[in-house]
Design a protein around this ligand. Structure first.
Ligand SMILES: [Cu+2]
Length: 286
């Protein structure tokens, strides 16, 4: 095998690898669902304006990367075929070409600026909280989440992953919880996150939400779910041995269903005792 043949083989392999990678990434940008699925490569279905923008931006970038990669591959192949030692025994001594040098500086700069503009627009969209219709507070704990609804009354509940023997048919393994978060559809929900022990992260792929939950600090983000349904997410910060077993389940419902759920929750999760009850208890124990 001659040197150039070996080089050809190597380049061919590299080309094939980048092509496969391109196809895989392209595949990753099609196909949707509201929870992780076996063999899924793409993003989950977007159900918030933020996630729609993220998915759009992701697709644009994948196309851009694919085109650039193929362009570079074509250039490499031309170099290998036209300018190897056999085809081109007397190499040119050219060292500068002002036009090409300016072009290969300016064009990438323009591409990067073109990426930066929608990128920053998306960042501001995510981080600039609109006026919220309601707030939920998620506290990460080893290894479950505790939720409160600060503007809907004094109740608090723990949300623990269902074990295999607790799951009903249709409830996904490692994702379904005993007490889900319920929010109204088409309402701006402010999510406040914190943690009681170590750093956790509140992540809901279909909503485009991922935010750290840090002890002693209150982070906030937002979402506006535009489609009723049940959505699953997970803790996304390594937080100890059961990090993989503290999923997040959010059910998006109509306004009426949400009001009804709030009334139920106030009774069901009335674990935060008000003072009159405390007085009763202490009187009873006397
Ligand atoms: Cu965690």
């Amino acid at each position: 095998m001659t040197m150039s043949m070996r080089r050809m083989g190597l380049l061919g392999l590299m080309g094939l690898a980048s092509l496969v990678l391109g196809v895989v990434i392209l595949g990753a940008s099609v196909g949707w669902a509201a929870q992780p699925e076996p063999w899924r490569l793409g993003l989950q279905e977007a159900v918030t304006p933020v996630m729609e923008d993220i998915a759009w931006f992701h697709t644009i970038l994948v196309w851009l990367i694919t085109i650039i990669t193929l362009f570079v591959l074509v250039l490499l192949v031309i170099v290998v075929v036209k300018f190897n030692a056999k085809a081109n025994p007397v190499p040119s001594k050219t060292t500068h070409n002002t036009l090409i040098e300016v072009a290969w500086t300016i064009i990438p700069v323009l591409i990067l600026v073109g990426i930066a503009v929608p990128s920053f627009r998306l960042l501001f969209f995510q981080l600039d909280l609109p006026k919220a219709d309601l707030t939920i507070k998620a506290t990460g704990k080893q290894w479950f989440w505790t939720y409160t609804y600060p503007d809907n009354g004094p109740f608090e509940f723990d949300s623990l992953m269902l074990q295999d023997n607790e799951r009903k048919p249709g409830q996904p393994r490692l994702l379904a919880v005993n007490n889900e978060v319920v929010v109204p559809v088409n309402k701006v929900v402010r999510v406040q996150t914190t943690a009681a022990d170590v750093i956790h992260a509140f992540a809901m792929p279909a909503f485009g939400v991922k935010i750290d939950a840090i002890p002693g600090r209150l982070n906030e983000t937002w979402f506006k779910a535009t489609k009723e349904g049940t959505y699953y997410g997970q803790c996304s910060e390594l937080c100890g041995k059961d990090h993989a077993f503290m999923p997040i389940q959010i059910r998006v419902v109509s306004d009426q269903a949400f009001s009804a759920w709030i009334e139920d929750a106030k009774k069901k999760f009335a674990s935060v005792p008000d003072n009159s009850k405390l007085a009763d208890l202490s009187a009873a124990s006397r």
